[in-house]
Design a protein around this ligand. Structure first.
Ligand SMILES: NC(=O)C1=CN([C@@H]2O[C@H](COP(=O)(O)OP(=O)(O)OC[C@H]3O[C@@H](n4cnc5c(N)ncnc54)[C@H](O)[C@@H]3O)[C@@H](O)[C@H]2O)C=CC1
Ligand SMILES: N[C@@H](CC=O)C(=O)O
Ligand code: NA
Length: 430
């Protein structure tokens, strides 16, 4: 039987699981590929760590990633060190030398995916990255292959496990933000710098990758409107609960109803508890794809964690290995549609606005007048009066543009009777 040799870059949460699964299931993988998949080496930052749990021959570890990807006896490279550099240069070096690449690196793909695809095409090698978006869930391959004959209009969902875990812990156990984040880190869900998760950069990178593939148009992180979830308070979560909703960090990629502009955004939103996304718990992810002919499809499963992510990486490794044995490469990218990016101000959603106001006559009328001035229609108003004589006014609007809502918030801030605009959150899913 032939042997294909794989260089693994990184042996952290994901890398150690890839190594472990490759060793544990070596015979099955060989039978499925038609060749043995052998680890040629594993690039790590430090050699003094105990990695015996992977079952890997300790002599395979090296701190020289450049030498490893350049070796003649390496057929494919798996990059799971993360970040932009040196991941980018290592991948490019591997491709220049005829090696196919599998990566889980959404930050790099959202920054430079087109250049990486161009390099793969130029050097006639594969580039696969199913693990980069929504962890174990098969999503990119269905979009790239199964749905390529259809016309996708919208991709919407939860694509970050860490923030979903935090929001779920806040909602169901009343947990604090910091405590829930620490747990998510300990469970291997968070990025090396968890700000990436919490401030929505990770979800935004995934949204850019999804939009690019779904709409066949080049979309990068810079095109994504991004709001993180660090500003979501216990009171927002409670307020959502009171109106039968839950707060989730959503990624939404959509084609404008008219014209061909693409809008891509990541932000916290309140969604009704009966919506399927509301039931997505812990570090699970769920993504809806709305296509013209297929209708609505839902993809659901573990979105983060070492073992699930390694499962998606190994699926790609097997594909790359099969392609190599067959002397072919898989389908590359297709970004022929140069769609403009819709300005954020034109995004249309409903809003939940919470105001700290003085409880006296005329306040409600003054507040309502500001909404009316900007043409923002109010759906419901709820008031909670405190013993101190202050009141919390919660307004939910009908659909309005971001621009109209921003002008409304400015108008509310200027009102003498409004002490504070405590929170402004989008409402989705109805
Ligand atoms: N943890 C998860 O649930 C998921 C992670 N990913 C992606 O997978 C990649 C890896 O993530 P994790 O394993 O969680 O991160 P990690 O931080 O646990 O592992 C990365 C490892 O790479 C090593 N490393 C960094 N620079 C290196 C270099 N120049 N040479 C050799 N080793 C180097 C680090 O020492 C660390 O052990 C990232 O791109 C991440 O975004 C994707 C999906 C899910
Ligand atoms: N940090 C990411 C890991 C998977 O992509 C997340 O929490 O979703
Ligand atoms: Na995936």
């Amino acid at each position: 039987m032939n042997t294909l040799r794989v260089a693994l870059l990184g042996c952290g949460v994901v890398g150690s699981e890839i190594a472990r699964q490759m060793v544990e299931h070596a015979d099955d993988l060989a039978a499925r590929v038609g060749a043995r998949l052998e680890l040629a080496g594993i690039a790590v930052r430090r050699l003094d760590r105990d990695r015996s749990d992977t079952g890997v021959d300790p002599t395979l570890f090296t701190t020289d990633a450049v030498e490893l990807v350049s070796r003649d006896d390496v057929d494919a490279v798996v990059e799971v060190i993360g970040g932009i550099d040196p991941a980018r240069s290592l991948i490019l070096t591997a491709m220049e030398q005829g090696k196919s690449v599998v990566t889980a690196n959404k930050a790099l793909l959202a920054d430079d995916g087109f250049a990486l695809h161009a390099a793969a095409e130029k050097h006639d090698v594969d580039l696969y990255y199913e693990a980069a978006v929504a962890g174990a869930i098969p999503l990119l391959r269905p979009l790239r292959e199964s749905l390529v004959g259809d016309h996708v209009n919208r991709v919407l969902g939860i694509v970050n496990g860490t923030t979903n875990y935090i929001l779920d812990q806040m909602d169901t156990h009343g947990a604090g933000f910091a405590e829930a984040l620490e747990e998510a880190q300990a469970l291997g869900y968070a990025e090396a710098d968890p700000t990436t998760d919490v401030e929505g950069y990770d979800a935004a990178a995934k949204a850019a990758i999804l939009a690019g593939i779904a709409f066949h148009s080049p979309v990068t992180l810079a095109d994504v409107h991004r709001e993180g979830m660090s500003g979501v308070t216990a009171s927002d979560v409670a307020s959502a609960k009171a109106m039968g909703s839950v707060v989730k960090l959503l990624a939404i990629c959509e084609l404008a109803p008219e014209g061909d502009a693409v809008g891509v955004r990541v932000h916290p939103a309140m969604i009704p508890r009966e919506h399927p996304l509301a039931g997505v718990r812990g570090a699970y992810n769920a993504v809806f794809v709305e296509a013209e002919y297929a209708g609505q499809l839902m993809f659901y499963g573990p979105g983060a964690g070492g073992a699930p992510t390694a499962s998606a990486v190994l699926g790609d490794v097997v594909t790359v290995a099969r392609n190599r044995l067959g002397g072919v490469t898989g389908p590359g990218g297709s970004w022929y549609a140069e769609r403009p990016v819709r300005p954020t101000g034109e995004t249309v959603t409903r809003y939940h606005i919470s105001l700290d106001v003085a409880d006296r006559p005329g306040v409600l009328a003054a507040v309502a007048a500001v909404f009316a001035e900007q043409g923002v229609s109010i759906e419901t108003v709820r008031q909670r009066t405190e013993d101190s004589g202050d009141a919390e006014l919660v307004v939910v609007t009908h659909q309005a543009t971001d621009d109209a809502l921003s002008a409304t918030v400015r108008g509310l801030t200027d009102l003498a009777t409004v002490r504070d605009v405590m929170s402004v959150m989008r409402v989705e899913g109805e």
